[in-house]
Design a binder for this molecule. Structure first.
Ligand SMILES: *Cc1c(COP(=O)(O)O)cnc(C)c1O
Length: 349
């Protein structure tokens, strides 16, 4: 797809939208006597509205990711980016999205809220992807395609060639959710943005970066797409405290923590795979492991009785019998393994 073809995918009312202009849009200086935003003049540390464009934060992310700031959208979690994409591209009651299944639940929730049809394409039994099935699910009204890689809850990353081939052949916006990319053996698609104007890469500060409570999700895309998303978001979608804290926390080199989690993941996979109650252990490129067990509800309750909370995915189509276990600290992982050992011995409270 060419850059100039994207406009045809955008809702007419969004192209014509006159976005809200904040006081800080109309006067951009930082020094002076500010009597333009009806703020309290008494300093509390938070009496002034935050930067609606998150300029400093985007500059820092730009340096870390090697993507120009004009190609970065910062949302109140990835969830905001997902919802804003729906509102930019999908006409309620008319357009549809295509997404893999099983996958992250927010794609269909955001679509449902926006009255956008969801076409789910089931992954194969080993959670691999069929590119032709994805393309066959599309029609002239398919505006967005959602691929999560590494995928939640299966944990596998899809081959880059498959994702690129989808973006090349799909006549809509291809959204690749890379929430777990820091833990993956496969590279990010960020390097493909130049070549693929219909690509949107989602990342988040919630997982490897350890800022889930700050609610900061990132979208990387063509400048035009980012401009549209910025028009549609709430003007002050990222509060000042979150912007400031993220700026400071982004100085951390997270690679030692990421490496430890990856090493612990491999340790856990090895150990879990040796238990008789574990029928299948799916390879993971993320910070969690999906296992298929003999009696998921019983093992889930057993974990709970020992104060360990995992995610029961037994009722998700394609994940029957499965529990999803996040990789914790070495101590937490030992506690988990001890619980499985007790379960195997029939030592159940
Ligand atoms: C956790 C997760 C996210 C992160 O969402 P935030 O709103 O940024 O916290 C995004 N996508 C997937 C697939 C996830 O599992």
């Amino acid at each position: 797809m060419e850059r100039n073809e994207i406009k045809a995918l955008v809702r007419r009312n969004i192209i014509e939208l006159e976005p809200y202009s904040t006081a800080r849009d109309e006067y951009q200086g930082t020094l002076g006597t500010f009597l333009d935003a009806n703020e309290s003049p008494y300093p509390t540390g938070y009496n002034r509205y935050p930067d609606p464009h998150q300029k400093a934060l985007k500059e820092k992310i730009s340096r870390i990711k090697g993507v120009s700031a004009s190609r970065i959208f910062v949302g109140n979690g990835s969830d905001e980016a997902i919802d804003v994409l729906m509102r930019v591209f999908c006409r309620p009651g008319k357009d549809n999205i295509v997404a893999i299944s099983p996958s992250y639940g927010m794609y269909s929730v955001a679509a449902d809220i926006n009255d956008v049809e969801v076409r789910k394409v089931q992954l194969s039994e080993d959670f691999s992807l069929n590119v032709d099935d994805m393309l066959a699910a599309c029609d002239g009204n398919t505006r967005l395609m959602f691929l999560c890689s590494p995928n939640n809850p299966s944990g596998n990353a899809f081959p880059v060639e498959q994702l690129v081939s989808l973006a090349d052949n799909f006549k809509g916006m291809m959204v690749v959710d890379e929430a777990y990319v820091d833990f993956s053996s496969l590279p990010s698609l960020l390097g493909q943005l130049d070549r693929l104007p219909n690509l949107v890469v989602l990342q988040t500060l919630s997982k490897a970066r350890g800022m889930a409570a700050l609610r900061l999700g990132l979208a990387f895309a063509d400048e035009y797409v980012i401009k549209l998303m910025s028009m549609v978001k709430y003007p002050y979608n990222i509060n000042a405290a979150a912007q400031k804290l993220a700026l400071d926390m982004l100085d951390e080199d997270i690679s030692p923590k990421v490496e430890q989690i990856k090493a612990q993941r491999e340790m856990l996979a090895g150990r879990l795979g040796s238990f008789g109650c574990v029928k299948k252990l799916y390879p993971s490129d993320a910070n969690f492991i999906l296992i298929k067990v003999d009696d998921p509800n019983r093992l889930y309750e057993h974990f709970l009785s020992r104060g360990i909370i995992v995610r029961n995915r037994n009722r998700v189509k394609g994940c029957e019998g499965c529990l999803r276990i996040t990789v914790g600290t070495p101590d937490e992982n030992v506690k988990l393994l001890e619980a499985v050992e007790a379960y195997e011995k029939g030592d159940i409270r």
